[in-house]
Design a protein around this ligand. Sequence first.
Ligand SMILES: O=C(O)CCC(=O)c1ccccc1C(=O)O
Ligand SMILES: [Mg+2]
Length: 368
Amino acid sequence: MIIKKITMRHLKMTMKNPFVTSFGSMQEKEFFLLEVFDENGNSGWGESAAFQAPWYTEETVQTTLHMIRDFLIPLVLNKEISHPDEVSEIFAPIRKNNMAKAAVEVAIWDLYAKRTNQSLSQALGGVTEKIEVGISIGIQTTTEKLLEVVSNYIQEGYKRIKVKIKPGYDIEMIQKLREAFPSIPLMADANSSYTLEDFELLKKLDDYELMMIEQPLANDDIVDHAKLQKQLNTPICLDESILSVADARNAIELGSTKVINIKIARVGGLTEAKKIHDLCMEKGVPVWCGGMLEAGIGRAHNIALTSLPNFTLPGDTAGSSHYWEEDIISPEIVVVNGYIEVPKGNGIGYEPNMKVIQRYLLDTIVFE
Ligand SMILES: O=C(O)CCC(=O)c1ccccc1C(=O)O
Ligand SMILES: [Mg+2]
């Protein structure tokens, strides 16, 4: 296929509720939709994930714009690409900037699946027809409020509950949650807010039968996580530390992690995500799909990826209505009894809803 034209739409949407982490509160989500056209007029869609501020990784909405417009699009426009696996090789001379790369790469995957008349799930080697989903809950104002929110999600059918922890908001909260819900699949995400000096505190978490603790230590660490894992019964799941299949191999070999959260954006696209999945499957390390508070296009890519066989743990891809008054795809993503059906239509299997996209559109750039 030849990449003939790329439309880059800049959107800003407001989430129904602010999402609070150890870094602060987020309610505005600004992102780009990449629509990539081939020589026959087929088009594929991708959504960028970086936030306005660089607290999760170093990328932001503005660095993404700079990288996509000035470096990545010139590398693929008017180029012949026979398979989307080639895109990560074409982008390899550009260091990091994984979220910018992923936004373009996933659109080319969707385009490829559509051209070849298959679903994105099929094109990736997906096997499951429905995926199990959990929910990630931001920090709440009070524990009472948290208990109420958790109870509602359990009633809605979500398969596991993930809560954010940070120093000063951890053991007591987890203890109350466990008392109230003795048998729910529960996990905690620290987003790198502890150090090895907090060992005694982290060790206490072993009393609450958590499925795992996500990224307790520094965002770029695998050495201290290995030391910690040796002394914890609770499995560690790395998120921020894993940017590539090489990182995954090193972390598994060192014993830094027993589970990996794969985010397409963090690892630079679907080809790298699949490589990490395949390696983890070979090593007996289960994976799940993380989220970036995406709108529908990003969510659709997550669903296709999650249909691969080693996604054996519920991920963070909740339904559209959890985040948005109205999502940018049709139909919206719905969770029934804790499952999302993997769409069978070509490509991502959801149609961009141009009326809704228009409503949140700030500006558009066309490259041809
Ligand atoms: O619901 C989602 O999309 C993911 C929620 C989440 O946990 C999260 C949200 C923003 C940044 C980082 C993370 C994370 O997984 O660490
Ligand atoms: Mg995380």
